[in-house]
Design a binder for this molecule. Structure first.
Ligand code: ATP
Length: 970
């Protein structure tokens, strides 16, 4: 089947130049039979604004043409009228007709039996605009794609059209008949002869006016067919060239004045001056918007090789094509639609030699990892789709462009005779748009959750297809093979489109034999099936190049190809009926649900899991925290305990040490010895202790609080111990101390010991407290570093103060210990030289024992009573501290001494000479007045009578010792 051969005047030789188009419609009848060249304006002419917005600047204006600038002949007009009749018949649609049937060139042609002459008069009857032009309307129904605006309203002046906005280019020399029969064998758009016999194709305009065509107003606007004319490679401005071609962008008209020529009306015709922006705005922008609203949309570029399909779809860096502009608009729409949420995924495949390749699955490094075979499947909801196909979710225009660019790189291209970078495959970019209404979300978490609650998910698909170009047989074998596949698939596409008009009783498209359409004959048609069968909005951009150069045969072939493309476009416009509907919103997360829903439900599941995990994590954390706190507290407690323990141990050791020292003076041995002595001699009985003479000042290391005020100090000469010399006891009585205090009521050493112990305990506690505070202060100062330096400094100062106090207290204790130790040593020395010691010991007001190395230190003194006559030997208790020759004896003596001292201190306390502190410490009562002192002295002297003087005690001990051990010195 091929397109009918145009009836041409016999006088018009196929190879001759076309006759000029007549100036007026009236002149058609008298068309000169001699070929003439179309006159075109030498440059683009301004189009009056009243002529419509879609005017192309470079195109000549009606006015200019009316003024006779183009000088179209009636022959040209006739050609146009005849050629319109060559178009495929559209489905009859009463609703789409706005054009008077009588004015239809097709009808004229039909009525005239394809007689060009007979059609001419009828053209006169065409309704006209105020300017006298006839109006062909592609569709006056509201178009989804064109937002209610008629897809194309082209004023058509039968006798003026050729001169209105005429763009004419010369026909290739020796242009021959463009009969389909004469078409190139692999011409994809060639249709079989006979089509026209059964239902001669109508031209696009006529189809739209047909009472039966178009299948209803609401559908015709869903298919947009545009033709783009690419400038010739020389950059020659074809619009200014005279020739057989006329391109009228404003009227969306292309007219060919050559053989089988005619006028071709489309929704858009883009001239050589139209850039990609204009192409996109007119051909795809609205479709893209509709896709975002929930319709399926398909845009594809069809045309001969090298005519600018890829240029239109992809564009260049400076002149972005349909794909990048669509991407920009998709994201603009998302931005402008805050009430919905979207999910975009993109896939990119090519059909190369009838095999589907996933362009996104191709490794970036160009490696040839074998791909799983991709098959086309069909689903009632998804339609026909390729599987398995990699889909990438994209979130930004840049990301989407990058993905597509990756696919572009992977796409097969090759150099051919016609295109240095020819696409060797059909490339299909599919952008799946999932969207869902968002419930207005408030600020509360609850309302936010509600905001995420799903309404239905709508899934729509935008397919952007750059077909491979139809081409003649290439020299290269591989190119030949590719070309054969390309042409075959394009032929199938043309065939399917040409057969779309026939339907069975159920409304399913069938071919002339009642068979279903051969979608399965090629992968391309199978993939395009949903779009072609009407479930999608369709925009077809056909690219042509009308200025062919080269040898005449090539030019002729080129013209034929161009005509075939124009016919394909016309058939597509006429035959494709889209009844695209907005995709329904699917609720639920079943197989049919889009990724958005699946992701949403997954998110919800994960979120609930997260919440559960968070709760358990919180609980765990709390537990851990609790445990940690407990552990910390335990640790702290342990630390404190340990510190306290250590401090206690240290202090206990000190106490013990002190006790030991003190016990030396009241050791069992000493005491027992003394007891025996006292028992033997009866001189150291309690009654006789009062004989201990006047108060001695004993330098002691007792604490300040307990003994600090004790008057007389006992000191030992520093060099004494080292020299081994007999210690010189030089009783020193403090000037401000009453010498008779101890003599009056001396506390027993035991009491003093107890007081000392109590005092030590006090200090122990005090030190523990201080250490504790210090620890706390350190901890808090560490944790409060951020709370202010000054406060920390203050705390530190307090702590420091406390530490200083503690240190002082410790120092006191140390001194006490040292003093006692010295006393012990002193006793040892005294024991070594008892005679001298006793001889030198001259009790005065007080006894001062100079301790080795401690002479210069401030000392505390203990007032001891003066030895009295009643005390045998006049020994002071210190004498008792002197070491014995025999160890046991010494110990005994010390014990006894200690015991005696305790008793003495106790007595002192009882008599009021020493005061017991709350904590058990002993100290000298506050200084009394002289009268009080006198009174006190009297009282104490009275008391001393009942207390055995220390001297007596010591003498008794010594006597005992001498009795027990005669060798020892008395
Ligand atoms: N409208 C135009 N304006 C300027 N240059 C164009 C235009 N159309 C196409 N070209 C140029 O023509 C050449 C071929 O175009 P393109 O590759 O797009 O053709 P094609 O139809 O995709 O060919 P094929 O089918 O072989 O892939 C490119 O160099 C391109 O830049």
């Amino acid at each position: 089947m091929s397109l009918p051969v145009l009836s041409r005047p016999a006088a018009d030789p196929p190879t001759s130049a076309l006759p000029p188009i007549p100036q007026s419609r009236h002149g058609r009848k008298s068309l000169p039979q001699t070929p003439s060249r179309l006159k075109t304006p030498s440059r683009p002419l301004a189009i009056p604004s009243s002529q419509g917005v879609s005017s192309t600047p470079e195109l000549p204006t009606l006015k200019n043409i009316q003024n006779g600038r183009t000088g179209l002949s009636t022959v040209q007009t006739l050609r146009k009228a005849v050629s319109i009749g060559q178009f495929p018949q559209p489905p009859e649609s009463p609703t789409s007709a706005t054009f008077a049937p009588s004015a239809s060139p097709r009808k004229r042609t039909s009525e005239a039996g394809h007689s060009s002459a007979s059609t001419t008069p009828k053209l006169k009857k065409a309704p006209r605009h105020s300017d006298g032009s006839a109006l062909y309307r592609m569709s006056d129904t509201p178009s989804l794609l064109n937002a209610g605006v008629s897809s194309s309203a082209v004023p058509l002046v039968d006798n003026k059209r050729a001169s209105d906005g005429l763009s004419s280019v010369p026909s290739p020399p020796q242009s021959r008949s463009s009969s389909a029969n004469g078409s190139y064998s692999t011409n994809a758009t060639t249709i079989e002869e006979g089509d026209d016999d059964r239902g001669r194709p109508k031209d696009a305009a006529e189809e739209l006016q047909s009472p039966k065509g178009g299948k209803g107003k609401e559908h015709k606007g869903n298919v947009i067919v545009s033709v783009r004319v690419r400038p010739d490679s020389s950059g020659h401005d074809q619009s200014t060239t005279e020739g057989e071609w006329m391109v009228d962008g404003r009227r969306s008209l292309i007219a060919y004045r050559g053989k089988e020529g005619g006028d071709y009306l489309y929704d858009n015709v883009f001239g050589t001056y139209d850039d990609n922006a204009r192409v996109y705005d007119s051909a795809a922008k609205r479709l893209v918007r509709r896709v975002m609203e929930g319709y399926h949309g398909t845009v594809f570029a069809y045309g001969m090789t090298g005519t600018g399909k890829t240029f239109s779809m992809q564009g260049t860096t400076t002149n972005s094509g349909i794909i990048p502009r669509a991407i920009t608009d998709i994201f603009s729409y998302i931005r402008e639609t805050p009430q919905r949420e979207f999910l975009l995924r993109v896939s990119y495949l090519e059909i190369y030699n009838e095999k589907i390749n996933d362009l996104l699955a191709t490794p970036a490094n160009g490696g040839s990892t074998p791909q799983e075979e991709i098959k086309l499947r069909e689903d009632s909801r998804r339609g026909v789709y390729a599987s398995p196909l990699k889909e990438e979710i994209v979130q930004s225009p840049t990301q989407l462009l990058r993905v597509i660019h990756r696919g572009d790189i992977a796409r097969r291209t090759g150099s051919t005779q016609w295109n240095a970078r020819s696409s060797r495959s059909h490339a299909v970019v599919q952008i799946v748009v999932e969207s869902r209404e968002r419930v207005a979300s408030g600020s509360s978490p609850e309302s936010k959750r509600v905001g995420m609650l799903p309404s239905g998910v709508r899934v729509s698909t935008l397919s952007l297809i750059d077909l491979a170009g139809s081409e003649r047989a290439a020299d290269d074998k591989e190119r030949q093979k590719e070309g054969a596949h390309i042409n075959k698939s394009l032929l199938t596409l043309g065939t399917v489109i040409s057969k779309l008009t026939s339907k069975d009783k159920n409304g399913n498209p069938i071919d002339k034999d009642g068979k279903h359409l051969p979608y399965r004959d090629s992968k391309l048609t199978r993939l395009l099936q949903p779009a072609l069968s009407g479930s999608s909005l369709v925009s077809i951009l056909c690219t042509i190049q009308i200025g062919a150069s080269g040898p005449s045969t090539a030019a002729t072939t080129h013209t034929m190809e161009t005509l075939n493309t124009l016919k394909f476009a016309a058939r597509a416009k006429n035959n494709i009926v889209s009844h695209a509907k907005k995709a329904t919103e699917e609720v639920g997360s079943g197989v049919n649900a889009g990724l958005l829903e699946r992701y949403r439900s997954e998110i919800a599941t994960l979120r609930s899991q997260l919440e559960v995990q968070k709760k358990s994590a919180d609980a765990k954390e709390e537990k851990v925290e609790e445990v940690q706190l407990e552990r910390e507290a335990a640790n702290r407690h342990e630390e404190q305990m340990l510190e306290m323990q250590l401090a206690r141990t240290a202090l206990k050791e000190r106490i013990e040490h002190l006790n030991r020292l003190i016990l030396c003076s009241k050791s069992t041995g000493v005491n027992s010895g003394m007891t025996s002595a006292l028992g033997n001699h009866g001189r150291l009985s309690t009654g006789t202790m009062g004989d201990i003479g006047p108060t001695r000042s004993v330098r002691s290391s007792a604490s300040h609080s307990t003994l600090g005020t004790l008057g007389p100090t006992v000191s030992r000469h520093p060099s004494m111990a080292s020299m081994g010399a007999t210690p010189t006891f030089s009783p020193v009585v403090d000037d401000d101390e009453d010498p008779g205090e101890l003599g009056d009521g001396m506390a027993s050493l035991q009491a003093q010991n107890r007081a000392l112990q109590a005092d030590l305990q006090d200090k122990n506690r005090y030190i523990a407290t201080l250490e504790k505070r210090l620890l706390q202060a350190r901890r808090s100062s560490h944790s409060r570093t951020s709370m202010g330096f000054s406060r920390a400094m203050q705390d530190d100062a307090d702590t420091q103060k406390q530490l200083d106090e503690k240190d002082a207290a410790i120092a006191d204790l140390q001194k006490t210990v040292a003093a006692l130790r010295s006393a012990v040593r002193q006793r040892s020395i005294a024991d070594m030289t008892p005679e001298s010691s006793s001889a030198e010991f001259k009790p005065k007001k007080g006894l001062h024992i100079q301790l080795d190395g401690e002479a210069s230190e401030p000392v505390r003194s203990v007032s001891l009573p003066e030895p009295t006559k009643s005390s045998p030997g006049g020994l002071s208790p210190l004498t008792l501290l002197l070491p014995q020759k025999n160890g046991d004896k010494k110990r005994r003596s010390v014990d006894e001494m200690s015991k005696m001292l305790d008793e003495m201190i106790q007595d002192k306390v009882e008599s009021g000479h020493l005061v017991k502190g709350k904590s058990g410490s002993v100290r000298v009562p506050p200084r009394s007045t002289s009268s009080q002192r006198r009174h006190s002295r009297r009282a104490s002297s009275a008391h001393t009578e009942s207390v055995p003087p220390l001297n007596n005690m010591i003498s008794a001990i010594r006597e005992r010792d001498s009795m027990e051990e005669p060798v020892s010195a008395t």
